[in-house]
Design a protein around this ligand. Structure first.
Ligand code: IPD
Length: 275
């Protein structure tokens, strides 16, 4: 029984085309997550190759992406499909965007903080998302207009108003010049926030949606890292920077997601606009 559908019971019905796709995505990502768990390296040094400095690739990334691409092609042959590893495989007005393993640096060392992230866009609008973190036993789902859920329970952005009580994560990759990273981190810490950096952008954004974090910033990030999280954040009442409008649909861009109470203060501190 797809538990997330039950959450719609007190609302008007979502479009059958989107509801069917969310249900299918949930099932396909669940199967992919089982595959990733079976292939997961044990704790230890990274079992992976490097695409570039500290940018890791495992056999599982390719296997999971191929599995999801094939299943989606069979289920929805007219839908577009884009993956982190394979790029744009198919085009369509509805299109899937997958990060087969987000948090590969964690996955490759047998750590738990990684996920499979599958988002659905209608044209340029993110409309649905599934983020499955099997090593954590957590599944996030969202459908635009119908709420954001963690393991079937509704989530929302945190109520924290005082930056001095807040926790903010900043993502790192080799694409960010060190002085820029340090400048933003300095600005965040000057607000009195508690800093974090956990190596999985999709789960950090999901943490903002669930209230586990008050904000997440990544200076250079890609659509496949955020496509599933964007509908979650919108449905959870978080504020987000204009990632898609600033080039995120076609290339790397900056993202900031933040609870609505400290959004203005964080935006000002790090000089990143809100949408
Ligand atoms: C990376 C992770 C990391 C973020 C990077 C991403 P990957 O994705 O989300 O947290 O800082 O920008 O590229 O390589 O593990 O799929």
């Amino acid at each position: 029984m797809p538990y997330f559908i039950r959450s719609y019971s007190n609302m008007s019905s979502p479009s059958p085309a989107l509801a069917t796709r969310l249900e299918a995505a949930r099932a396909v990502v669940h199967d992919a997550a089982q595959m990733a768990m079976a292939m997961r390296p044990p704790p230890g040094g990274p079992q992976a190759s490097q695409k570039s400095a500290q940018d890791w690739l495992t056999e599982t990334d390719g296997a999971v992406e191929a599995f999801i691409a094939n299943r989606m092609k069979t289920l929805f042959p007219d839908d577009g499909f884009q993956g982190e590893e394979g790029g744009v495989a198919r085009t369509g007005s509805l299109r899937w965007v997958v990060d087969p393993i987000d948090g590969t640096s964690n996955y490759a060392r047998g750590r738990c903080r990684w996920c499979i992230s599958l988002g659905l866009l209608d044209g340029d609008e993110p409309v649905a998302g599934v983020i499955d973190a099997p090593a954590l036993g957590e599944v996030y789902t969202a459908l635009r207009g119908y709420g954001a859920f963690l393991n079937g329970k509704r989530i929302q952005a945190s109520p924290v108003k005082d930056p001095a009580s807040s926790m903010i994560e900043m993502g790192w990759s080799n694409r960010v010049p060190k002085p820029v990273f340090m400048e933003k981190m300095d600005a965040i810490m000057a607000m009195g926030t508690m800093p974090r950096s956990g190596g999985c952008g999709a789960l950090a954004l999901a943490d903002v949606a669930s209230g586990r974090l008050d904000g997440y910033i990544e200076i250079v990030i890609n659509l496949w890292d955020v496509a599933a999280a964007l509908p979650l954040l919108a449905e959870a009442g978080a504020r987000v920077s204009p990632f898609l409008q600033e080039g995120g649909l076609t290339g790397p861009a900056t993202i900031m997601a933040v609870n609505p109470h400290i959004a203005q203060a964080l935006s000002k501190a790090v000089s990143i606009p809100l949408a």
